[in-house]
Design a protein around this ligand. Structure first.
Ligand code: 5GP
Ligand code: MN
Length: 845
């Protein structure tokens, strides 16, 4: 208790045992378990606040006393502020704050307490790592002394690491008190690695403790105090309007400030570490100017004059330059500092620079005024704490930016290119600059139609399908008629199960597993309800009811509800189109590669997505809905309006009524996965994302598979499997699958292809008619029924959207018959176009 008696430590020390902290980490709990916690001292357990042992209060007007009071001897009643010279800067240091971390009070901790008192330091003592960190975060001590002798209480090295993990401990000196080693072989390296600055070999002699503290104060602590002030100097450099460059004695660039970066067009990273002679020079200077400058500054003299510098972009800039050699250790030149100011004084940026300077001058003046009023403490907080805080903020935001690069692949790519640029010759670096510009745009996958693409069919089609109503008209009051979802048409005879399907319909569906299956015959045979019947057959073939654990009656009812919500009045986007997409989906799912890649849940999701993917389609495009200010466009913020609606309505209708809820009997997690997959696929049919989906598929699947095939034939089955079945790639396969199914019309047998072309054209014509009627912007002017060339529109559609996509899908799934049809159909449209025909078919002979 030696310590306690002389400096009233009982009021100031936080007593808390290690054992308690193992059991509980909250202060409230520790208070209730005080018995075990307080072995030797016999003192009551104190609340975990951090108090100081220093007795001397700082008088609030003590500022004027600080002058030339060197070092730690106390004059009674007054706080000693120590003046520290740092280069030309004068700093004022208040008494050392010391934190002692000792699990148990003993003669060693008492020795340090006594020494602190003698040296007039402010001292806190804590017993557990938790409180040590808590106390530190409050006081930010200059010196922390941690007991490293008894590992059973706490892990001193781990504690030191925790301190170092806190940014604000950067300038704190941390000392480990260790046992006297048996042999002098113990290395200090583990301590240094843990972040300790110094080792103190246990010595309870009071003078030994005192001398140790004095040495620390005048040595490491003082040095750290000065280093802390360099934050202010760096801030000055960073804020300067002049371009500043610092080099080593052999003229390797060590630093350029932000003004330098913005004036010269370089990034710091491009220059730091380079020799000055490596940076391109302007030819406008007199040939011997550089030599003159060098011979002057190498003698240790300052050079000042006008100098042309070359910016990164090759432009020359005339500057007033001052280069000053910095004399350091051993009286030798250690750095050169070059301060450069562009000469054209009357340019705008200079004026704004002057203004900024004028403003900051008034700031400085007002700060000075405050200083005088409030005394010395403010000076300290401005020079050290203030700049500490800003550098911490900078550090932590840098750390955040750094960790972002770990997350975002695009940022990684940009960083890699940035790095490569640093060591690349100019032409390469410039080319990479253009690459970066492209990468930084968000619409990476949307082709930009160049001026050479003058075909109005293509541009209208692309404009119509690839934008979300950007050509909106203002003040348009048009709102699509809203309607309640359709209920089941009760008067229509519906099959009770697969076995009840009328023979004529069953017969029509017999060839349903062939690509050449005629969906229009089914449309006719089912009185425009092909989706329910084909759905029953295909879902049964894939065992969907078994997977969902749902009765066939529920599936039937569900299919009916879904089909009833397609608009039979649309010429294209009706339930026949949905049945057609379902058919194509089932066909693709039976391809070997697709089967290898997808799980049963993916198959079920794909079939459901195909069935619902255009539900309640109004026969108008997204652009139209946005232009018209329709309720749906408002609801979905003009973004993927229809696709969002299809997905949302599908789930509303499904879960609204148990009778048709096919998800009723699956597990919650399975439902969530299935739901997510269905939504993702329906949203993937949105055409604004067409190129994104196709490109991702090509890059992540086609290319890796092609590379594997080239390398090892079929030898590397495992790697192929991993490409096919990774979760990310399965998503890409499913998206590609539904996209290809959705716009597979041009790959169908010619007669079917012609029928679809007629239907989509008619739907587009109807939209144009309505746009004209309503005075809305005409989204796709080529689709005017009086002037449109259907062959041309099909050629454009195939060229722009179909060819590349089906090449990629064929490379993956192997679809020779589709590609053959596509080829035939394309030739057919070309043939008509060559004959300048605008119609679906040639005129009868
Ligand atoms: P869906 O709305 O059917 O989910 O998405 C496919 C898009 O491609 C639709 O906007 C549809 O209008 C368009 N599309 C499908 N087939 C053709 C076609 O043969 N020609 C043209 N011009 N557009 C088509
Ligand atoms: Mn569709």
């Amino acid at each position: 208790m030696g310590c306690a008696s002389s400096i009233h430590i009982s009021d100031r020390v936080v007593y808390h045992s290690g054992k308690e902290s193992e059991d509980s980490h909250s202060p409230q709990q520790t208070n209730t378990t005080q018995h075990q916690g307080n072995p030797a001292s016999g003192l009551p357990l104190k609340p975990p606040s951090c108090k100081e042992s220093g007795q001397k209060k700082i008088p609030s007007d003590s500022g004027h006393n600080r002058k030339e009071q060197q070092s730690g001897e106390t004059t009674s009643g007054k706080t000693t502020l120590t003046e520290v010279q740092f280069g030309p800067m004068k700093l004022f240091k208040d008494p050392l704050q010391v934190l002692l971390v000792f699990a148990k009070e003993d003669s060693q901790s008492n020795g340090f307490c006594w020494a602190c008192e003698k040296a007039n330091y402010r001292c806190s003592m804590v017993r557990t790592p938790e409180y040590a960190l808590e106390c530190f975060s409050e006081k930010h001590h200059d010196l922390v002394i941690i007991d490293h002798r008894h590992s059973r209480h706490f892990d001193a090295e781990a504690l030191c690491r925790s301190f170092r993990a806190v940014n604000s401990s950067e300038n704190t000196v941390i000392v480990a008190v260790v046992k006297r080693p048996d042999r002098e072989e113990a290395s200090v390296m583990p301590l240094i690695n843990a972040g300790f600055n110094r080792r103190y070999v246990e010595n309870v002699n009071l003078m030994a403790c005192y001398n140790e503290l004095l040495q620390l104060e005048h040595g490491e602590v003082r040095a750290q105090f000065k280093l802390r002030a360099s934050n202010a100097i760096f801030t000055a450099l960073e804020q300067s309007q002049d371009a500043i460059e610092i080099t080593s004695e052999d003229q390797v660039i060590q630093y350029v400030n932000p003004a330098y970066e913005s004036i010269m067009g370089y990034q710091q990273g491009e220059l730091v570490g380079k020799e000055i002679i490596e940076v391109p020079k302007s030819e406008k200077n007199k040939p011997d100017l550089l030599e003159t400058i060098n011979s002057c500054i190498r003698k240790g003299k300052e050079w000042q004059g006008i100098y042309y510098a070359k910016k990164k972009n090759g432009d020359n800039i005339q500057q007033n330059v001052k280069i000053t050699p910095v004399i350091g250790q051993g009286g030798k030149i250690r750095h050169y500092v070059s301060i450069n100011r562009p000469l054209n004084d009357n340019n705008k940026s200079d004026k704004s620079a002057d203004r900024v300077q004028a403003e900051s001058q008034t700031d400085i003046q007002s700060c000075k005024h405050k200083d005088r009023r409030k005394g010395s403490l403010d000076v300290k907080s401005i020079t050290s704490r203030g700049s500490d805080a800003s550098s911490q903020r900078r550090h932590s935001s840098m750390a955040r930016i750094h960790s972002m690069t770990i997350e975002a692949p695009i940022t990684k790519v940009i960083n890699i290119i940035n790095q490569a640029q640093e060591s690349s010759p100019m032409p390469v670096a410039e080319a990479l600059d253009r690459v970066l510009e492209i990468l930084r745009t968000t619409e990476l996958y949307s082709p930009q139609l160049g001026t050479k693409d003058e075909d109005p069919h293509t541009s209208d089609l692309v404009g119509g399908l690839m934008t979300d109503g950007l050509r909106r008209m203002s003040g348009n009051e048009y709102i699509l008629a809203t309607k309640q979802p359709h209920h089941l048409p009760s008067h229509l005879a519906t099959p009770l199960s697969l076995n009840d399907i009328p023979p004529r319909i069953a017969q029509t569906m017999e060839s349903e597993d062939s690509w050449d299956f005629d969906i229009f015959s089914l449309e006719a045979a089912t009185m425009k309800r092909p989706l329910t019947f084909l759905g029953l057959k295909i879902f049964s073939r894939f065992g969907v009811c078994e997977f969902l654990n749902c009765p066939e009656a529920t599936l039937r009812s569900w299919l009916q509800v879904i089909e009833a919500n397609y608009h039979s009045s649309n010429s294209y986007h009706n339930s026949t189109h949905a049945a057609d997409v379902l058919h194509a989906t089932a066909y693709f799912l039976s391809k070997e590669r697709v089967k290898q890649s997808l799980d049963p849940i993916d198959e079920v999701a794909a079939l459901i997505a195909a069935t619902v993917h255009d539900i309640d389609h109004p026969g108008r495009t997204n652009s139209f809905l946005c232009n018209a200010g329709s309720e749906l466009a408002i609801l979905y913020n003009d973004t993927a309006v229809l696709e969002s609606h299809h997905a949302a309505l599908a789930f509303q209708l499904t879960t609204r009524d148990d009778k048709s809820n096919i998800f009723k009997h699956i597990e919650r997690n399975e439902y969530r996965s299935l739901r997510q997959a269905v939504i993702d696929m329906v949203l993937a049919t949105e055409m604004t994302k067409h190129f994104e989906h196709v490109n991702k598929f090509v890059n992540s699947i086609n290319k890796p598979l092609a590379a594997l095939e080239e390398n090892g034939g079929s030898s590397d089955e495992e790697t192929v499997k991993s490409v096919l079945t990774s979760p990310e790639n399965r998503i890409l396969v499913k998206r590609m699958l539904i996209k290809c199914a959705d716009i597979s019309n041009p790959c169908r047998p010619l007669e079917l292809c012609i029928e679809w072309a007629g239907r989509i054209s008619e739907e587009y014509f109807a939209q144009t008619d309505e746009e004209k009627r309503q005075g809305l912007p005409v989204v796709m002017p080529v689709f005017d029924r009086n002037t449109c060339s259907i062959p041309k529109s099909q050629i454009s559609f195939i060229d722009y959207f179909i060819t590349d996509m089906f090449d990629a899908w064929d490379a993956f799934a192997d679809l020779p018959n589709l590609m053959q049809h596509l080829d035939n159909n394309f030739k057919y449209w070309k043939g008509l176009d060559d004959r300048k025909l605008h119609t679906l078919r040639p005129p009868p002979e």
